[in-house]
Design a protein around this ligand. Structure first.
Ligand SMILES: NC(=O)c1ccc[n+]([C@@H]2O[C@H](COP(=O)([O-])OP(=O)(O)OC[C@H]3O[C@@H](n4cnc5c(N)ncnc54)[C@H](O)[C@@H]3O)[C@@H](O)[C@H]2O)c1
Length: 329
């Protein structure tokens, strides 16, 4: 049926699951939002409505939020997923819990439904092991907030059918994402490998007395933070003098940290229960008022940076040249 609204299922209504439900509603799907915990059904709908209202205020969608609300079904019953063509698992980052969830999903969805996981760092190879139909299982790594950033990593495990991954890539491009396709599984996928290399160097510089946490953050914001929304590492080297990087790499790489131990800086905070702005104790200390304000300002920033990113899409040069010489490109 032409006008039939397609159904997607989101499992887990925590921080990211709620954000993904809101994204899917904005993309025009009917969403079966499955919350395995009591807290999901209590807190998820409020988070989702807040995201839909705020995104409308920011011009990300023009739907009547009350109309959108009629497109979501909150449930704890896996059988409600039976019509979904796409499943987005977004439960807590523990392989044993995710596996139990997959068993319940596979028992109810159709044979050709695509099943995805939003794992941040568990290899798809490991999660795929216990599935009955591993070929339709794919990593789909979102970033928070799911409904603003163009980021999306699509990850194949060794048993994933590349044709299914490619069709998911095409579907996600239609949502306005700029997806990346990781054809071979590797722990951390693309972005976490890049980001953790940077975190490791940050810990190294602080723990060895070269600079403070504040100064590392300041350097990060004012250097990489300025250009990374515009282009990636390799384009940046092209834009700013490839030859210089070639010479610096030779002397600098041997001095970079390759520690594999847990940095004491984060271990001490984590073992005392510190969880950043969530409880006021992180690399910085926060009063309740400050923590709330940081969260609010971060939300505002996410909308602003999204507008800037959309102004400079990955294919901006191609588009401009095509406008200048329509016949040539
Ligand atoms: N938070 C982020 O920025 C972010 C970014 C990318 C990927 N992820 C990934 O998304 C997933 C969810 O992360 P989150 O930040 O939304 O976590 P969260 O703690 O906010 O939510 C976790 C959710 O998992 C579900 N859950 C918890 N225990 C469960 C159980 N025993 N059985 C079934 N379901 C259970 C619940 O729905 C709960 O709300 C994780 O795999 C995480 O690595 C998170």
């Amino acid at each position: 049926m032409e006008n039939e609204i397609k159904e997607v299922g989101v499992i887990g209504l925590g921080l990211m699951g709620s954000s993904i439900v809101a994204a899917m509603m904005m993309y025009g799907y009917k969403v079966i939002a499955l919350g395995p915990l009591d807290a999901d059904i209590e807190q998820g709908p409020g988070r989702i409505m807040h995201a839909l209202n705020e995104s409308r205020n920011q011009g990300l969608h023009h739907y009547d939020v009350a109309d959108l609300e009629s497109r979501v079904v909150y449930t704890r019953n896996y059988a409600d997923l039976h019509n979904c063509f796409l499943i987005l698992e977004c439960v807590t980052e523990k392989a044993e819990i995710k596996r139990i969830v997959y068993e319940q999903i596979e028992a109810v969805v159709s044979r050709d439904a695509i099943v995805t996981t939003n794992t941040s760092a568990i290899p798809i190879t490991i999660l795929q092991e216990t599935l009955s139909h591993p070929e339709r299982f794919i990593g789909m790594h979102w970033a928070e907030p799911a409904f603003t950033t163009p980021f999306l990593e699509i990850i194949c495990g060794p048993k994933t059918d590349i044709n299914i991954a490619e069709s998911l890539y095409a579907i996600a491009s239609g949502w306005g994402k700029e997806p990346t396709l990781l054809r071979k599984d590797i722990r951390g996928f693309i972005t976490n490998r890049l980001m953790y290399a940077m975190y490791r160097e940050g810990f190294f510089l602080v723990e060895n007395g070269y600079a403070s946490v504040e100064d590392i953050d300041r350097a990060c914001r004012n250097d990489a933070g300025y250009w990374m929304t515009f282009c990636g590492l390799f384009r940046y080297m092209d834009l700013t003098g490839l030859q210089a990087y070639y010479h610096v790499i030779k002397d600098l790489f041997p001095t970079l940290s390759n520690d594999t131990h847990m940095p004491k800086l984060i271990e001490d905070i984590a073992k005392q229960g510190g969880n950043g702005v969530t409880n006021g104790n992180g690399f910085y200390q926060y009063t309740t008022e400050e923590a709330k304000e940081w969260e609010k300002v971060f939300e505002e920033f996410n909308y602003d940076i999204n507008n800037l990113a959309r102004k400079y899409p990955a294919d901006i040069v191609y588009k401009r040249l095509r406008e200048m010489s329509p016949g040539k490109i």
